[in-house]
Design a binder for this molecule. Structure first.
Ligand SMILES: N[C@@H](CCC(=O)N[C@@H](CS)C(=O)NCC(=O)O)C(=O)O
Length: 243
């Protein structure tokens, strides 16, 4: 049985981590039997979440985890995506996970004190007060240096959110009236897209990114569709004000 290690659930969405939502959504979409173990990133083989254990092996990085699951248990995308569609899906996954994700990270870790207190409580709230404050401070320095290392953290907030809005526009246009990003059937891209979008639209953080995403009714409907389809135990709550 596969064990999926991730952060504790919070905010009525599957996970505060985009990548943990992605793996759990993929497991559910493909009906792969699994159990969930709640943990923190330090326990992961690369110091990050998610990671899975299967058949005595530990695997981290959602991209490699999904490659392993596809190779081991079958590739459902193979059945209905053409090579061209697959290449588009890969490009969109990179937009979501390597660009828009970082705009959301800045929203949580850098943008406002209010947002910082929310993410601090969600990740470290279970620790005793002194340990919580110390761990949160150390961790924040680390995440801020990752954001700077990526490069996007060197731009102004105005520039960052403009770039994030371009991603949202691209996603909303590409989704259009389709139920899922690649058409009538859900694919691996939807695990990734739902992970990122639900973390923008269904989380309590306020930012110009969220305000803009809230103008895209098809993205809101999409999150509701995926969540009610694959996480029926988590009732979709109408998204809140973004500003
Ligand atoms: N490329 C990795 C990214 C995983 C990742 O960055 N996870 C974050 C949580 S969203 C994490 O564990 N960060 C801890 C750290 O960087 O110390 C994946 O696809 O799994």
């Amino acid at each position: 049985m596969i064990t999926h290690h991730q952060f504790a659930r919070t905010w009525g969405i599957p996970n505060l981590s985009v990548f943990c939502v992605k793996v759990e959504t993929y497991l559910r979409m493909n009906k792969l039997p699994h159990k969930i173990a709640e943990t923190l990133p330090l326990k992961g083989p690369r110091g990050k979440l998610p990671y899975i254990e299967d058949d005595g092996r530990k695997l981290s990085d959602s991209r490699l985890i999904l490659n392993y699951l596809r190779a081991t248990y079958g590739d459902s995308d193979q059945e209905f995506l053409s090579p061209e569609q697959k290449s588009i899906a890969t490009a969109y996954q990179r937009l979501l996970e390597e660009h828009l994700y970082w705009v959301d990270m800045i929203t949580r870790w850098n943008y406002t004190e209010e947002n910082w207190q929310i993410i601090k409580q969600a990740i470290f709230g279970g620790l005793p007060p002194i340990a919580r404050d110390l761990a949160a401070t150390i961790y924040r320095v680390k995440i801020k240096s990752q954001i700077k290392g990526h490069g996007i953290g060197r731009l102004t907030y105005e520039e960052i959110f403009e770039l994030g809005k371009e991603d949202i526009d691209s996603l909303a246009k590409f989704l259009g009236n389709k139920p899922y990003f690649m058409g009538k059937q859900p694919s691996t891209l939807d695990a990734s897209a739902y992970g990122v979008l639900v973390n923008i639209l269904g989380s309590p953080f306020k930012s110009p990114l969220k305000t803009h995403a809230l103008t895209k009714q098809n993205l809101i409907d999409y999150c509701e569709r995926v969540q009610t389809g694959y996480f029926p135990e988590l009732p979709w709550v109408a998204v809140k004000d973004g500003s």
